[in-house]
Design a protein around this ligand. Sequence first.
Ligand code: 13P
Length: 252
Amino acid sequence: MRKKIVAGNWKMNMELSEGVALATGINKYFKSEPLKEKEAILCTPFIHLGIVSTLLNAPGVTAGAQNCSEHKSGAYTGEVSAAMIRSTGASTVIIGHSERRSYYHEDDMLLAAKTAEALRNNLRVIFCCGEVLSEREDNNHFAVVKRQLEKGIFVLPEEEFRKCIIAYEPVWAIGTGVTATPAQAQEMHHFIRELVAGKYGKNVADDTTILYGGSCKASNAAELFANPDVDGGLIGGASLSREEFCNIVNAL
Ligand code: 13P
């Protein structure tokens, strides 16, 4: 059976003490209300990762990063390797977020290299895909998502692909307050699962966790998560509040 997951993507928010306080609060909550058959992942900035990984000890609550280098180590000023991330105790890394794709020009080939490096270091990958508004308006959204997945993760052998979680994040819904309707989310998630089935077979597709991201919050999470192919969420803004985040996890 596939895992149900809510991952918080803190993006470039929270100074160290604020992030530690948020992670401590979330950890405390899930110690008193233990997660059953689901997982919460806090994807923090690199600065927070060591301390947050160490302090999280509620079952099913883990830490992750938001990016990693495609290189193993060496003279890459300002970069952080997958091995370094793993060494903090973090277990997961987000690759291919639309903000990385657009602001830092990360293309399909680079994202495939980052994914491979993360997997080599035993990190799970949350691989993001999603169309911009004009692509949806031109009815190209299925083709765009298909290309992103084919170039980024369908190049992997099955056992490596199984360590990937897919996040569908329509770019027009990120940080805009506009959410995909539950029907739009389900339609794309179903399409993605069919693509996985076509590439790796039905068993793998059934086991693949597909998260929705884009203005997901406590007030709309339940209706999004009620769809059969939506296995949880990748949450931006709403993951910066302990109460909102915990309520979204509870909605799953
Ligand atoms: P928002 O939840 O702020 O729309 O961000 C979604 C996102 O980009 C998560 O990775």
